[in-house]
Design a protein around this ligand. Structure first.
Ligand code: SAM
Length: 315
């Protein structure tokens, strides 16, 4: 089967996101080689990843069947290959990332379709970045999600079970004790909840280095009940941001991806073009002329036709 006919049969699409502009360029470069019409790369803060609207209704936005949250982490599972981590590492890195990890996971769950699956993964072994995040989110989701036991689906995967109890910084085992010792930035969600056993945290997979990858902690989730995580988590209304972000050409382009019809060129890095989106460090300043040029400059050559109608790829 030729590559082109495989493209015709392709169902679904992948939207990959990274807040780092350079990494997005790298991804565009790699993905372009696949010549697949089913990939889009977006350059956005995952904690506020916009909804992609597919209709005018309040809930008419794309819900994803599969979500992978490979979140930023302290990377202490990569100590063997990244020797610089030995000098950079300190006990605050994990707790400092805890909040953003939680927010990325929350956004991922908000975008997950009912019955969909989400994988949360880090290359850290620190429970504050792993089981603590999961236990806390399971509590917030009020029974909408469950951890999937992958042992039967991946019988050859060797891993250790997730933890149901852990201590933060050796001597401290609860928030009150920590606060009393002056660690005011510690959150209650970093400690094991009393009902940790109810969440089946042992189903998290602590994958060892023997797989020639870094130590990883992976959790597979299923959005189980008929109530979407989106409703349980009562997310902020990001609809406006979405419409302005994907307004005009971008919106049309992305909707054609949603409709699953191949279009000619689909590799693009989308950037916020609205002032509503808060500036980031790697984004040009408000007054910079670069800012005006950026969205088109980052878009791979896209024939005008592809913007107005979905075009099948020609052999
Ligand atoms: C563990 S790495 C993921 C690596 C990626 N899965 C890969 O295989 O190349 C975490 C990534 O998260 C990105 N990141 C950090 N904070 C983010 C945020 N708020 N929103 C989106 N991406 C973020 C970093 O730029 C980094 O590339």
């Amino acid at each position: 089967m030729s590559q082109v006919s495989m493209v015709y049969l392709a169902e679904g699409y992948v939207i990959a996101n990274d807040v780092c502009n350079k990494r997005c360029y790298l991804m565009v470069h790699q993905v372009k080689r696949l010549q697949s019409p089913c990939c889009a790369i977006v350059n956005h803060d995952a904690t506020t990843l916009p909804n992609i609207r597919i209709g005018e209704g309040i809930k008419d936005f794309v819900q994803y069947d599969r979500v992978l949250c490979d979140v930023p982490c302290s990377g202490d599972g990569t100590l063997r290959k990244n020797v610089d981590i030995w000098s950079r590492w300190n006990a605050n890195i994990g707790p400092n990332l805890h909040k953003v990890q939680m927010k990325i996971l929350k956004r991922g769950l908000e975008l997950l379709a009912v019955g969909g699956r989400l994988v949360y993964s880090t290359c850290s072994l620190n429970p504050v970045e792993n089981e603590a995040i999961i236990a806390s989110m399971m509590e917030k989701c009020k029974g909408c999600i469950e951890l999937i036991d992958v042992s039967s689906q991946l019988p050859n995967l060797k891993y250790n079970n997730g933890l149901s109890s852990w201590k933060k910084m050796e001597l401290m085992s609860n928030l009150e004790e920590t606060r009393n010792k002056g660690y005011s930035h510690f959150e209650g969600s970093m400690f094991p909840p009393d009902n940790a056993r109810d969440f089946n945290l042992e189903r998290c997979a602590r994958v060892p280095r023997s797989y020639r990858v870094s130590n990883r902690v992976i959790s597979l989730w299923c959005c189980e009940s008929s109530v979407a995580c989106h409703d349980a988590l009562s997310p902020p209304d990001l609809g406006d941001v979405c419409v302005s972000l994907l307004g005009g050409r971008f919106k049309q382009w992305i909707v054609s991806v949603w409709s699953q019809k191949p279009v000619r060129v689909l590799f693009a890095v989308l950037r916020p073009i609205s002032s509503k989106v808060s500036p980031r460090r790697d984004r040009p300043s408000e007054n910079s002329t670069e800012r005006v040029k950026t969205p088109n400059a980052l878009l791979f050559p896209l024939p005008d036709k592809a913007l107005t109608e979905s075009q099948p790829l020609k052999a």
